[in-house]
Write a protein that binds this ligand. Structure first.
Ligand code: GLU
Ligand code: ASP
Length: 519
């Protein structure tokens, strides 16, 4: 390794220099996303007299689930488009432009009709599909397969995500409180603008230099597996979206968000299973790649369960903060959405500790396997929801009056610790386990777990309200039970997966197949 390359390879906190550009690009994109997401349910469920849309809570919550769920679902198409047509970097660039247009459209709601609000959400969904997968894939490409810095690199990247997510609700919460909804939404657009400027002036040049130092081609124009039909598929998809948007806005198509979310959840589950079956049976993968794909599948399903609990943050937790949490502090009323910042603040505090821990354990070969980390994540999330059960009992005992904010903060602490064992670890695992030609798609699939989680969280999350107060403990208790069942199943699966891997390795002993696969 040349001296220049060595320096560049360790220039950002001991990691490759482009991680810096990627860190700040993602920080501002997430600022825009997490700035507007918690506003959505409150805005849509607020009375028309208060400037809101006057929707019922279950519908508003389902729309939030649908928005976030479709966003993560779009990452599959985004990953495919990047692999087959645009290449990862261009996909991020076009994605950011489309997201920025989405924010402009939402801003137009203030002047024109609600159509622009929903249309803006559609654009953000499409743009994020390109952006979110590809930026994570690019982070993965900074490290060689055996580089022990990979997990730590993703933890640093994850801190960028969460810095954006800490700041955003703090700013939007204040703006909405003092100046109204549209200021809150507008600031998200500003975040996206900063993100796309950073990407062009900092990240792309850094990536080009890194490639040049490695003697590799520039990746700006490079799709891993160019397919001349990809533009046609994209055109067809966009026409379909345009038709649905037009029919809906003209009133010919009536969308019931709750029903759509239900069908979508079931269809995605079936599609994921079918896709993995296809990969295993027909994608011409060798035995080692198949083993890795099986592990990806198990991790993915576990992640879906985890996110279905965690992603209630902008729905049920948000409503709990608004309705049942004492938010008075020294005569100041804390905006409800500020509680959204608790999780990312804790991530920023604990992510470096987790990164350090994984790296230290990794060096002495004692790093827990991916599966063990995921089991810990489920158990921690169950503890978080356990606290919410107690918090709801306390609300009932208080006859519906507000309770201490420490309940929410404690629950967030457990969820955050769980998230740290699952989310950055999962991102890193996908970039490591995915066969080269499927990199974008497997990363996209990882995000379908988030899609499923967000959809389910949208379904559950609208049921927090004063009329249904007696149902609250049951609502949260169901989550505890589901998470614990998931943890037990994963625990039982641990051994069969190990056995399967050992068997496949011993029946066809080629040097590649004998290579270790981390579970
Ligand atoms: N909170 C992380 C992010 O926004 C991960 C979310 C997820 O994978 O669902 O990037
Ligand atoms: N912790 C989440 C993620 O890492 C951020 C959030 O939900 O605020 O992006």
């Amino acid at each position: 390794m040349s001296q220049d390359l060595k320096q560049y390879d360790q220039a950002f906190m001991g990691h490759p220099k482009p991680l810096k550009g990627l860190f700040f690009t993602e920080l501002w994109e997430r600022f825009s996303y997490y700035g507007i997401r918690p506003l959505l349910i409150l805005y849509m469920a607020a009375m028309i007299a208060d400037g809101g849309l006057g929707l019922d809570r279950p519908s508003a919550s389902a729309i939030v689930g649908l928005f976030a769920g479709l966003m993560y679902l779009m990452t599959v198409l985004g990953g495919w488009v990047a692999d087959r047509w645009l290449g990862q970097e261009k996909a991020v660039w076009y994605g950011s432009l489309i997201i920025a247009c989405g924010h402009i459209s939402i801003a137009l709601t203030a002047l024109f009709s609600h159509f622009f609000f929903y249309f803006g959400l559609v654009l953000i969904v499409i743009g994020s599909g390109l952006f979110k997968t590809c930026i994570s894939v690019i982070v993965g490409t900074l490290y060689k397969a055996q580089d022990t810095r990979r997990d730590a690199g993703f933890s640093i990247f994850y801190m960028g995500i969460n810095l954006g997510s800490v700041l955003a609700p703090l700013v939007t919460g204040l703006l909405v409180k003092d100046y109204g909804w549209h200021w809150g939404f507008g600031i998200g657009g500003l975040g996206m603008l900063i993100s796309l400027i950073i990407f062009r002036v900092m990240t792309v040049p850094q990536l080009k230099k890194f490639n040049a130092l490695q003697g590799a081609e520039t990746t700006w124009d490079k799709a891993v597996h160019y397919d001349k039909n990809a533009p046609k598929v994209v055109a067809l998809f966009l026409v379909l979206v345009a038709v649905v948007v037009t029919l809906t806005s003209l009133g010919y198509l009536h969308i019931n968000p709750v029903i759509i979310v239900k069908y979508l959840t079931v269809s995605i589950c079936i599609a994921i299973i079918a896709y993995f079956a296809y990969l295993l049976l027909f994608a011409n993968l060798n035995t080692t790649e198949k083993k890795k794909i099986i592990i990806c599948f198990v991790l993915l399903m576990t992640a879906a369960l985890f996110w279905s609990a965690f992603e209630q943050k902008p729905t049920s937790f948000n409503l709990f903060a608004q309705d049942f949490t004492n938010r008075q502090f020294l005569g100041f009323e804390i905006p409800a959405v500020w509680f959204q910042s608790v999780n990312p603040i804790l991530i920023v505090i604990f992510a470096p500790i987790a990164a350090w821990l994984w790296m230290k354990l990794g060096k002495s070969n004692r790093d827990p396997s991916y599966i063990s980390k995921f089991i810990i994540a489920l158990v921690l999330a169950a503890c978080g929801f356990g606290l919410m059960v107690l918090a709801s009992h306390s609300v009932i005992q208080n006859h519906g009056n507000t309770v201490s904010p420490l309940w929410l903060i404690g629950a967030m602490l457990f969820l955050t610790l769980g998230e740290l064992c699952l989310s950055p670890v999962g991102l890193s695992a996908m970039t490591k386990l995915a066969p080269n030609v499927l990199r974008g798609q497997i990363m996209g699939l990882w995000f379908t777990a988030s899609a499923l989680g967000n959809l389910m969280a949208g379904l559950i999350g609208g049921h927090v309200s004063a009329d249904e107060i007696n149902q609250l403990p049951t609502l949260f208790m169901r989550c505890v039970i589901a998470l614990l069942i998931g943890a037990v199943i994963l625990w039982l699966l641990r051994m069969p997966i190990r056995k399967l891997l050992d068997q496949t390795a011993s029946t066809k002993p080629t040097p590649i197949q004998n290579s270790q696969v981390e579970t």
